[in-house]
Ligand binder design. Structure first.
Ligand SMILES: Nc1ncnc2c1ncn2[C@@H]1O[C@H](COP(=O)(O)OP(=O)(O)OP(=O)(O)O)[C@@H](O)[C@H]1O
Ligand SMILES: [Mg+2]
Length: 347
């Protein structure tokens, strides 16, 4: 959301309007009643994928997919194992030839000779490997030389990803999380405007996931466009501005997470702590208007219901003479969205 101050052309009144990129909002001046339209321009598309396919001996790894990534976005490329994420990313990086279709980055067509495009993208491959016998500092020095970037930035990069203390240790002694951070540091060489990260949080525990997520946010806040793949949706929830969901080589959705949830009519869950519940669903709860499902475990009652019906549920439980010690609403997760999308596609 951005906010603009517009001046009414009729009376000069200043009006504050909020909107998102691509919105056209009808405005009525509160002072003189004049009507007008304020538009929030679309952000520039910087990665454009059109009708892209990649077949391996009859396997349609990627099947006529199209999507676009806009400047300044964190774009999530989501799908289960084997969906075609890594294949798409390799095509995007010009590491393999498409069977059909095309990818354009900044309007320029990507192919295996696109050295310039590759140089300007910070790429974290799915399976990153470094020489065990080198220190991270030696590793980055070597990669800076390959990219033609001043070697003196290496120490700062290691500090930036939190590997400053391990700068002189051999990479062979690194944990998986540290390797992943070194992978991000190498992607940052040359301060790219676009990052393509293939499963950046894969196999990391919660602490490292947070470190990597924070780094992605920070790079984006400094202006970089982030394209990242994941099959673990909870890891990218609240991180991506928009997502594309790929399943069996085909894109089945491209939107913001909240729009996807709305489209799929996913309902929130109401979680109530009721000390006397004893794992029993209160009688008659299904007769409360708007209740879709209920589950009882120990002192916790979880009710899936329409948003407008949450008050009805609470009132009903109180009418039943049950004490509510605490309650909270759990909004639909990206995981729920993802499962519903894929099951709809497959049914
Ligand atoms: N070089 C290859 N030769 C043959 N088949 C391949 C090759 N690369 C990928 N595939 C197949 O293409 C499909 C998509 O694979 P891909 O690696 O792109 O999936 P993914 O979404 O990245 O999965 P994951 O989440 O497991 O990393 C799979 O069926 C895979 O077996
Ligand atoms: Mg993959």
């Amino acid at each position: 959301m951005t906010t603009k101050i517009v001046v009414c052309p009729n009376c000069g009144n200043k009006i504050s309007i909020s909107g998102s990129s691509g919105d056209r909002i009808e405005v009525v001046c509160p002072k003189c009643g004049s009507k007008g339209v304020v538009s929030f321009p679309e952000k520039n598309v910087i990665i454009q994928v059109k009708n892209l396919s990649k077949h391996y001996n009859g396997v349609k790894a990627v099947d006529k997919i199209s999507f676009s990534v806009k400047e300044g976005e964190i774009f999530g490329f989501l799908g289960p194992n084997g969906a075609g994420k890594t294949t798409t990313i390799k095509l995007l990086m010009g590491l393999t030839h498409p069977s059909n279709g095309e990818i354009r980055v900044y309007g320029e067509k990507v192919d295996v000779d696109s050295v310039n495009i590759r140089k300007n993208i910070g790429y974290l491959p799915e399976k990153i490997a470094f020489y065990d016998n080198l220190t991270p500092l030696q590793t980055l020095h070597f990669l800076c030389e390959l990219k033609g970037v001043e070697k003196s930035i290496a120490e700062d990069l290691l500090e930036e990803v939190g590997l400053g203390d391990a700068m002189h240790r051999k990479v062979g002694t690194f944990s998986k999380g540290m390797i992943q951070l070194l992978g991000i540091a190498q992607a940052m060489i040359g301060n790219p405007r676009i990052y393509v990260l293939d499963e950046p949080m894969s196999g990391l525990d919660a602490k490292w996931v947070k470190t990597v997520r924070d780094k992605i946010k920070e790079l984006n806040e400094k202006g970089a466009t982030m394209f990242l793949s994941s099959h673990i949706l909870s890891e990218v929830q609240n991180l991506c501005h928009r997502v594309a969901v790929i399943n069996k080589g085909k894109i089945i959705a491209e939107d913001t997470i909240s729009n996807l949830s709305k489209r799929l009519r996913l309902r929130p869950k109401l979680e109530l702590i009721i000390p006397s519940l004893n794992g029993t669903i209160p009688k008659g709860i299904y007769n409360v208007k708007g209740v879709i499902d209920a589950e009882a475990k120990g002192d916790t009652l979880t009710v899936t219901c329409e948003t407008w019906s949450k008050q009805n549920v609470i009132k009903y439980i109180q009418r039943m003479g049950l004490e509510i010690r605490d309650f909270k609403t759990i909004e639909p997760s990206l995981e729920d969205t993802f499962i519903k999308l894929i099951s709809e596609e497959e049914s």
